[in-house]
Design a protein around this ligand. Structure first.
Ligand SMILES: C[S@@+](CC[C@H](N)C(=O)[O-])C[C@H]1O[C@@H](n2cnc3c(N)ncnc32)[C@H](O)[C@@H]1O
Length: 333
């Protein structure tokens, strides 16, 4: 298992255990009467804790399967919880009409439910259709694996999975699908294993390929960038944003968004050097990771990184990808 991706465990089922919960609560500092948008509702672990602290919560999730968790929380907090289906890339639009918002939290990536349910196709450890669509619509992982040519497939695996053996994997995939389309997670995992082998003690050889396909299928980098800027537009001065990410490619985007001096959009080369660029976030950017107690309880916390910031009064930036380090697929338009 690479240190930068979500660890897959072979513990099936079980509810999603919220990651870095205490740290997220401390970053958001919920108080009675404040309104918080949970842009990645999942099993509602963060939402429930925020509600218990007295906040009003608007949950958002793109996965229709979260419905039972939404109902459970609505039953417990009928007056202070509401849910809007959709993607957090447009969270400001989705929550318009719900009143002023004091904080936003994003816990990006897949939930344990998504990973553990074989039929969702996220896991190379459980046999299921090669799907990976959080929203359950659009292009699936099987579509990409069966339709992209070898070069585009290799470029995707390299850019989104940092897979150094991307070309060899792509060649094996293209050869295998000449007999019949690749339809299941284990079929793909076996092809990758044949292509690049498997060393005892190392991460499963399919880890990076599955990560890359999932990011592509769900447009995860675009979602993240758009969601960060949507939160910047939405939050007033003093508003808080907390983001938990699960691999280094995402964390780099979050870090640079909060701290443009690290290469982000406001570090304009057109400004005179003496003039500091306006800052949209203060007390921002520090990476917080799980401590030993949480790691012992929850192996999936291993690669989680929390970054948070407090909104200044400076006007929100237009969406700007430059300087955020968003991986680009070679040859893609
Ligand atoms: C890691 S889980 C969140 C778990 C949650 N914090 C909890 O404590 O139960 C991520 C959730 O975010 C959702 N999600 C991921 N990307 C999304 C997006 N762009 N827009 C809306 N929901 C998204 C997934 O469907 C999943 O349910």
């Amino acid at each position: 298992m690479g240190k930068n991706s979500l660890p897959e465990t072979d513990v099936p089922g079980g509810p999603h255990v919220p990651v870095l919960l205490e740290e997220v609560l401390s970053a958001l500092s919920p108080v009675a009467g404040c309104r918080i948008v949970d842009g990645t509702f999942g099993a509602g672990g963060y939402s429930r804790a925020l509600l218990e602290a007295g906040a009003t919560v608007v949950g958002i999730d793109r996965d229709p399967s979260v419905a039972p968790h939404v109902e459970a929380i609505k039953a417990d907090f009928p007056d202070r919880f509401s849910f809007v289906p959709g993607t957090f890339s447009e969270l400001d639009v989705l929550v318009a009409g719900h009143g002023p918002v004091d904080a936003v939290v994003l816990d990006i990536g897949v939930s344990s439910m998504q990973l553990d349910q074989a039929e969702r196709g996220f896991s190379f450890m459980r046999d299921g259709p090669l799907d990976m669509r959080m929203s359950r619509d659009g292009t699936s992982a099987a579509d990409l694996v069966n339709d992209l040519d070898a070069e585009d497939l290799a470029n995707l695996l390299y850019a989104y999975g940092e897979e150094r053996k991307s070309r060899r994997i792509a060649q094996f995939i293209v050869a295998a699908r000449q007999t019949a389309p690749i339809e299941t997670t284990l079929e793909l995992a076996r092809i990758i294993e044949r292509a690049i082998g498997r060393k005892p003690g190392d991460a499963h050889p399919a880890t990076r390929t599955f990560q890359a396909l999932r990011i592509a299928v769900n447009g995860e980098f675009d979602q993240l960038v758009e969601g960060l800027f949507a939160a910047e537009r939405l939050l007033p001065e003093g508003g808080r944003l907390a983001v938990v990410s699960f691999h280094s490619l995402e964390d780099r985007i979050v870090k640079r968004f909060f701290d443009p001096d690290k290469g982000g959009p406001a570090a304009s080369r057109h400004l005179p050097q003496v003039e500091a660029a306006p800052r949209r976030w203060q007390r921002a950017g520090k990476a917080i990771k799980s401590g030993p107690a949480e790691l012992a309880r929850n192996p999936r916390a291993r690669s989680a990184v929390l970054r948070s910031g407090i909104r200044t009064g400076d006007a929100a930036r237009p969406v700007d990808y430059s300087g955020l380090g968003v991986p680009q697929i070679r040859g893609a338009a």
